[in-house]
Design a protein. Structure first.
Length: 388
């Protein structure tokens, strides 16, 4: 499949010489997102005080439908939005009555959970068991064994690990352990959503799934979402006033909650990211591009780059450990992660050469997407050979 640079003409024209290989980090925004942002401004001023009618009547339902279709959820009503996944995580954990909360997780989760988890531990509000990612060949089995041992209120694990690009393949096994009385299972899908085809239909009634639009959904900040299974956490303690509109339930005289995913709503928020997300999803539909198509394109570029590194065509990158080599397996990240003690220096050298990547500790990551083509990869290979 060919690249679709035409869909990103505004972003690419702002810095034509730049090679942006951080599509897994700050994905460039397609032109459609500009149109979505403009529509948000126009409608906010056109409808003014009445804008929440079309927002809750049209914009949010469209966004819910896009998420539900992407993940093959049984109903879009299980989806709720927030400015970031941290807000959603706080609402889930607030609904666990036992204190301290007993959590099973890993040593490779993103900072939205890592930092908060450490602070909960300091405050005596949580006890966290972290299963090491490495050696990764045995990780899935070790994590399922720990989860099966019981004694946890909450299980949190990434679909794709943000630092290494390695994937967790036993979501169904975790779902089999989930119970409304505990444990609750939360899958961090930020590097999975719209990065790799994801079908949650078989487990949607038993797991929470959080993700957002900053990366592969190409929609920028502020459009994060939660899929919440029915019967799990019916009354979050951290709650906003948007959660009291709709089909409500609760104790007589007590705080009432929506029965669907809307029980996790917060309060007033900037809805322009939802306009961007809807515009991007419509763009992809009109272009006939699904996640599998974009992944196929990205994987072809990744294969060429991986081969070049292995053949010594990309300078000192050949000395690094490729943590997540490309295979024939469809379930994978859309970036290549190389571990080396000079990773930070390499990232800086490439940035000086107008090549954007990113680094996490001693891992440099190269992300691939629709706005790159084969010529861009050859330029990337040549830049690595020249400056590393």
């Amino acid at each position: 499949m060919a690249a679709h640079k035409d869909l990103f003409s505004r972003a690419l024209s702002l810095d034509p010489e730049r090679l942006h290989f951080a599509a897994h980090s700050h994905h460039l925004w397609p032109d459609a997102s500009f149109d979505g942002q403009l529509r948000a401004w126009v409608e906010a001023n056109q409808f003014a005080d009445r804008k929440w009618g079309p927002i809750f009547g049209e914009v949010i339902p469209e966004a819910q439908a896009h998420v539900a279709r992407e993940l093959n959820l049984p109903s879009p009503d299980t989806v709720v939005f927030a400015p970031n996944t941290h807000d959603l995580l706080l609402r889930i954990v607030s609904g666990i009555e036992r204190k301290p909360v007993r959590i099973l997780s890993t040593d490779g989760e993103f900072h939205s959970f890592r930092r908060q988890g450490e602070r909960w531990e300091e405050a005596g509000e949580a006890v966290i068991t972290r299963v090491p990612l490495h050696p990764f060949g045995t990780f899935d089995d070790r994590f399922i064994a720990a989860a099966s041992g019981g004694g946890f209120d909450l299980i949190i694990v990434s679909q794709v690990f943000f630092r290494t690009g390695q994937t967790f393949g036993r979501i169904a096994d975790l779902a089999a352990l989930a119970d409304p009385a505990g444990p609750w299972v939360v899958i961090d899908g930020y590097h999975g959503f719209m990065a790799t085809p994801t079908d949650l239909s078989a487990v949607a009634d038993r797991i929470f799934y959080v993700s957002g639009g900053y990366k592969y959904a190409m929609s920028g900040e502020g459009v994060c979402f939660l899929h919440a299974p029915g019967g799990y956490c019916p009354r979050p303690v951290v709650t906003g006033w948007f959660a009291e509109f709709g089909d409500l339930s609760g104790p007589p005289g007590g705080v009432q909650y929506r029965r669907d995913g809307g029980r996790f709503w917060g309060a007033t928020f900037d809805v322009s990211p939802l306009y961007r997300f809807n515009a991007v999803r419509r763009m992809l539909d009109e272009a006939g591009l699904g996640t599998a198509d974009v992944s196929t394109h990205a994987h072809a570029l990744m294969a060429r780059f991986q081969s070049a590194v292995g053949n010594g065509e990309a300078g000192r990158l050949a000395a690094a450990e490729l943590i997540n080599p490309l295979t024939d397996e469809a379930r994978r990240a859309r970036f290549l992660a190389f571990r080396h003690e000079d990773a930070s220096a390499w990232q800086s050298a490439l940035l000086d050469a107008d090549v954007v990547t990113d680094v996490r500790d001693d891992v440099i990551r190269f992300g691939f997407g629709l706005y790159q083509d084969a010529d861009d990869v050859e330029r990337l290979i040549a830049a690595c050979k020249r400056v590393l």
